[in-house]
Design a protein around this ligand. Structure first.
Ligand code: ADP
Length: 193
């Protein structure tokens, strides 16, 4: 199996690039943000637990996210591999993911880090907010909270994977296809090594 963590701040282009990665490498996509929005839409108990955190731009508590990913992995056996999008977002989630994957006798191969300057992020999120219908994209204060959550809680996840020698860094600015070409080159080089 090949398992990739797609990493980067809110608005880095993780969703867009993961579609292209899935197409080329045949991996199964798991986006915790999308899963939460689905639960919210369906009004499940899990959705109710996540709602206030999401509405305020805060991270949902680790145990809620980890339980949801555990269920997803148990429901999707027999895949070639996974691309994790928006997860893990804390070091505790990264540690839990290692344990969950070990249960399925697999592990993370690489963490792909999309680097985008903060001013560019804000611009993109506000632009997305005009059409996405996502409340958390329409308000500058909530965007700032999400970027702060990223800097405080999520960035340490990069060191976690760096210590394991699993990081590939890619510049997330430029054309969608240009960025993808860099991602593919980086992944191919990583897998050859
Ligand atoms: P973005 O890519 O814009 O940051 P996502 O769609 O990945 O947004 O996530 C939206 C919201 O869902 C986050 O702001 C957070 O409240 C919640 N969320 C998603 N994934 C996680 C996670 N791994 N841990 C905690 N909260 C999460």
């Amino acid at each position: 199996m090949v398992n990739i963590v797609l990493f980067g701040p809110p608005g880095a282009g993780k969703g867009t690039q993961s579609e292209k990665i899935i197409e080329k490498y045949g991996l199964k996509h798991i986006s915790t943000g999308d899963l939460f929005r689905k639960h919210l839409g369906e009004g499940t108990d899990l959705g109710k637990k996540a709602q206030s955190f999401m509405d305020n731009g805060k991270l949902v508590p680790d145990h809620v996210v980890i339980g949801m990913v555990d269920d997803f992995l148990n429901d999707n056996t027999g895949e070639k591999g996974f691309i994790f999008d928006g997860f893990p977002r804390t070091v505790a989630q990264a540690e839990a993911l290692d344990e969950l994957l070990a249960k399925h006798e697999t592990s993370i191969n690489c963490m792909l880090m999309l680097e985008v300057p903060h001013e560019e992020l804000k611009k993109r999120l506000l632009e997305r907010g005009k059409t996405s219908g996502r409340a958390d994209d329409q308000n500058e204060e909530k965007i700032n909270i999400r970027i702060q959550e990223y800097l405080n809680k999520t960035l340490p996840v990069a060191s976690f994977y760096e210590q394991q020698g699993k990081i590939c860094k890619v510049k997330g600015v430029g054309s969608i296809d240009g960025i993808f070409a860099d991602i593919a080159a980086s992944l191919d080089a990583h897998f050859k090594a």
